[in-house]
Design a protein around this ligand. Structure first.
Ligand code: FES
Ligand code: FES
Length: 171
């Protein structure tokens, strides 16, 4: 299997039906991607596949051959908001036990500047947390995303869109 993982081409000798989650964790040593439920319910295993947030526990690696995969380890290099989001999760208490946090951040990486609270909730709808009660997570994402360019110029808010299909895995 040939994949581009965190910007590097990888040729992996793995079964085509192996879960992307297992390939990342066990064959690539990228253990930042977590397994929660293992059946597409919790979002702990979220990674980006060609820019779209997907549950890697549901994806046979054969389905993503040739795709660009970004995990939490490569997020800072691939997505300009990732470092600010990671810091905001620490500063605003969005991370407690941390199991859900990589998935939360990967989903949040699909958001654009100036998103509303409702848009953040929609983007994170497939990510479950057993610790924080969500408010601190939403606050972390709000703090980690830059304000919209228009807001910076005029003080007015502007809605934004998540990447098309970013929550497709839930539907
Ligand atoms: S481990 Fe993949 S959605 Fe829960
Ligand atoms: S911080 Fe523990 S599950 Fe979210």
């Amino acid at each position: 299997m040939n994949l581009i993982i965190n910007g590097k081409r990888r040729r992996l000798d793995v079964p085509p039906m192996a879960r992307l989650l297992d390939v990342l964790r066990e064959s690539c040593g990228l253990t930042g991607t977590k397994e929660g439920c293992g059946e597409g319910e919790c979002g702990a295993c979220t990674v980006l596949v060609d820019g779209v947030a997907v549950d890697s526990c549901l994806v046979p690696v054969a389905q993503v051959e040739g795709c660009r995969i970004v995990t939490i380890e490569g997020a800072a290099a691939a997505k300009k908001n990732a470092t600010a989001l990671q810091n905001a999760f620490v500063e605003h208490g969005g991370a407690q036990c941390g199991i859900c946090t990589p998935g939360m951040i990967m989903s949040a990486c699909t958001l654009k500047a100036g998103c509303s609270r409702d848009e953040i909730k929609t983007a994170l709808a497939g990510n479950l947390c057993r610790c924080t009660g969500y408010i601190s997570i939403f606050q972390s994402v709000e703090a980690g995303l830059p304000p919209s360019p228009r807001l910076r110029r005029t003080g007015k808010s502007r809605l934004c869109k998540t990447k098309k299909g970013s929550r497709a895995r839930r539907r």
